[in-house]
Structure formats: structure tokens, C-alpha cells
Design a protein around this ligand. Structure first.
Ligand code: SF4
Length: 416
């Protein structure tokens, strides 16, 4: 007689089945000290890390039995949802550490093969205790829809020992990079020397069409000193590193594309034309304000120079080097409005970036979108009914990594 599933677990599985999601068992085995998920619930008390049991025969069969018949791929799902009055955080997790057997993983793939119409199934792994040849088999047999993303972080074992609990051994990472087709390798930028060594290592392996994403380290006020130390070092020479890689791209000719996740100010600069188009449709008047992230502030001021609207940067409550709009919440907006009102400053209209509200309700039927405190813009309207609130629709502008060339152009512009 198999293990009885408890009600809470059944609810999570049913939620996954409804949305064709293989909800990931968390926490992620990497347990990286620099993982932004680690400190998020220290800043945002309403964020709870949802502990989801690993799949068993019973829970896996239960999920498949209740799978919606929608023709979309059954895909790993992580991220954030609003449910039961909380922001439920479902970590990055590792597809090969969900408790699924190889047979069960093949069952998911075969099901997706039958269902395939369009879309991709992104499989994230740290390479920790992973069979590289099984990964190769999946990437070839299900090439139509499978994309493997390897969070390699670095080949420097000393750094990995310092910052991660579990990580892919270098020989496993190298086998995956050498053999798996259409792979995305995620490296973290610790310093110029290490990033160049890591890129050379990948280039030397002659990967089969691999892209590399270089992630610049951030830290929040709650991160430990070690992470802060690495993040500040990462910040210091990221420009030099980008300029070197771009000018010596031939040294990495076996790497398909190189991307970077830079500061939000580089995103704002790179997308300035799109931002200008979006903002050109507004007829700004007196007593109108635009609140934005610290990262986007200098670019928005330039774009809106001479316009009547006042641009005001809002500091992310995460502190540290975090300066994006996704961590600004309703609370920070309300505090700033109160601060301006105390100075007898009249606010008739307030513009906010749509990227502040990005978390959907679990049912996806609820049209409200929440911030990291589980609040909606409705709260601002309720407290300040005389202020007209306008969300600036940014869509997915600034989401995802930037092409190396975009970052190179920014640093060139910054240089002149
Ligand atoms: S591998 Fe990624 S998701 Fe997992 S703990 Fe590390 S940074 Fe977080």
C-alpha cells in the first residue's frame, strides 16, 4: 500500500495539474549563499518558501491522473505565486533532484512529445549528482522542445566550496557542456580573471551550440559579508571584463552567444528608445510624478528632460546593490507619497512602472497582480483616491539577459 498524500500536497499537485506544471520540490540543492531567494523573505515577511515534498510514485501518478487536457507541455515550474494570502516562493530547484526516477522523467518527455505543438521545456540543473549522459539523451531524443540550462556558476572549486552547499563537480559540468546540444550555461561573475578562465574552459570543450549567460552578483542588506565581498568585487571589474571579452571574442569562438545580466541602469540605457516610445504617448502636466527604480532614474530623467512630470527614484527595501523595480512595493510608494504630502506637495497623477507588480494569483483567474508584499496597486488608490494612478506598461522590457554587444555599447557610451 503506497504512501497516502496529505491534503496540502494534493492541493499543490492539483494546482500543478491544472496549469500543466511540474511544480518543483524545493529547496534547491545548490543552497547558494548568493541566491537572491535566500534573503528575500527577510525583507518581505509575506514571502514564504513553499516546502514541496519530492515526487514519489504516488504523487507523480496523482499528478498525471489529474493533468489538464490542455495541449501545452508539462513543464517544470518555479517562481512566485500569490496564494492563501501569501507570496509563495518556489525556488529554482534542480529538475534532476525532484525525486523523479529516470523512468518517470522519460514518461514526462514522452507525454510532451505527444502533446507538442509549440513552446520550450526549460530544464535547470546545477549538475550536482547528475548523470551527464542522461542529460545528453534527453537533449537529443526530445530536441524539439527540451532546452537544458546548466547553472555551472564557475569551475573554481574554492569559490564553489565557499558559496554553495551542493554543486556540479567540474568533470560532470565539462561532460554536460561537451556533449549536450543547444545548452545554456550560467556563470556568475566573481572577477575578471575567473570569468575569463571559465569562458576559456567552456570554449576549450567545443560545446555543441552552447550559449553562456554571465550573471553579475548582487547582494542585499541581509546577505552575509562573504557574499557582499564577492558582489562588490564583481561590480568593480565587470566593465573591464565585458570590454575585454567583446574585443577578444575570437578567443571564445566555440561559444555561440554570450549574454550578461548587468545593472538595471544598463537595461534602462539599452531600452531607452523603447522607453521613449512608450512615454511619448503621455501628455505630462504639472503636479504629476513618476516613481521609478534607482537603476532607471538617470535614464528616465534624460528621456523626460523638459517635461512637466517629476521623476523620483525609490530605493529598493532590499538594500545592498539591489536597485530594480521588481523589489519596490506598495509600501515604499505609499511612504513616498506621504513624504511629499508632508511637504505640501500636490500630486494629481502618479505614474508607476508595471514591473513593480509581477506576481500572479495561483488561480490565474484573478486579474489582480501582486508585489512582493502580496499587495496590489488597489491599496494606493484606496488610500489616495484623489491621485490618478497610471501604470506604465513595460511588458517584458528589461527581463532576461542582455546581449554582450549591448553591454559593450553602454560601456563605450559611459566611457566617452
Ligand atoms: S543554483 Fe540557483 S536557484 Fe539554486 S540555490 Fe543556487 S542560485 Fe539559487
Amino acid at each position: 500500500m503506497g504512501k497516502i498524500l496529505d491534503e496540502k500536497h494534493k492541493q499543490i499537485l492539483l494546482e500543478g495539474a491544472r496549469n500543466n506544471q511540474l511544480i518543483l520540490a524545493v529547496p534547491c540543492p545548490g543552497n547558494c549563499k548568493f541566491c537572491y531567494e535566500k534573503s528575500l523573505n527577510k525583507t518581505f515577511r509575506n514571502v514564504v518558501t513553499e516546502v514541496i515534498p519530492k515526487y514519489t510514485k504516488e504523487s507523480f501518478d496523482f499528478l498525471l491522473q489529474h493533468l489538464s487536457d490542455k495541449l501545452s507541455l508539462l513543464s517544470p515550474s518555479s517562481g512566485f505565486v500569490f496564494a492563501r494570502q501569501k507570496i509563495r516562493q518556489r525556488g529554482g530547484a534542480d529538475f534532476f533532484h525532484l525525486g523523479l526516477t529516470k523512468e518517470q522523467i522519460i514518461k514526462v518527455m514522452e507525454l510532451n512529445k505527444k502533446r507538442y505543438v509549440r513552446g520550450q521545456m526549460y530544464i535547470y540543473t546545477t549538475g550536482f549528482k547528475v548523470d551527464p549522459f542522461f542529460v545528453k539523451e534527453l537533449s537529443e531524443k526530445y530536441a524539439q522542445f527540451v532546452e537544458i540550462c546548466l547553472s555551472a556558476v564557475t569551475f573554481n572549486e574554492k569559490i564553489k566550496r565557499e558559496l554553495m552547499t551542493n554543486y556540479g563537480k567540474n568533470e560532470v559540468l565539462k561532460r554536460i557542456i561537451k556533449h549536450v546540444r543547444k545548452l545554456t550555461v550560467v556563470l556568475f561573475h566573481f572577477n575578471k580573471e575567473q570569468t575569463l578562465l571559465d569562458l576559456r574552459e567552456i570554449n576549450h570543450l567545443k560545446p555543441r551550440g552552447a550559449d553562456v549567460i554571465i550573471v553579475k552578483l548582487y547582494y542585499s542588506k541581509f546577505d552575509e559579508l562573504l557574499v557582499k565581498k564577492y558582489a562588490e568585487k564583481s561590480y568593480m571589474d565587470v566593465k573591464e571584463t565585458v570590454l575585454f571579452i567583446y574585443k577578444n571574442r575570437n578567443l571564445f569562438e566555440n561559444i555561440n552567444r554570450i549574454f550578461l545580466t548587468p545593472d538595471s541602469k544598463i537595461y534602462a540605457w539599452t531600452f531607452q528608445h523603447k522607453l521613449r516610445d512608450i512615454l511619448s504617448k503621455y501628455d505630462f502636466r504639472n503636479n504629476e510624478f513618476m516613481f521609478c527604480s534607482e537603476g532607471a532614474y538617470s535614464e528616465l530623467r534624460k528621456i523626460l528632460k523638459g517635461k512637466k512630470v517629476r521623476v523620483i527614484p525609490i530605493k529598493s527595501p532590499c538594500g545592498g546593490s539591489i536597485d530594480d523595480a521588481a523589489t519596490i512595493t506598495t509600501n515604499e510608494i505609499i511612504s513616498k507619497i506621504k513624504e511629499l504630502k508632508l511637504q505640501n506637495i500636490k500630486i494629481s497623477k502618479l505614474y508607476l512602472p508595471s514591473s513593480m507588480y509581477w506576481i500572479h494569483d495561483i488561480s490565474y483567474r484573478d486579474t489582480d497582480i501582486y508585489d512582493l508584499r502580496g499587495k496590489t496597486k488597489g491599496e494606493i488608490k484606496r488610500l489616495f483616491p484623489n491621485i490618478v494612478l497610471e501604470m506604465i506598461a513595460l511588458g517584458d522590457l528589461g527581463e532576461g539577459p542582455l546581449d554582450l554587444e549591448d553591454c559593450y555599447k553602454y560601456y563605450l557610451y559611459e566611457h566617452n
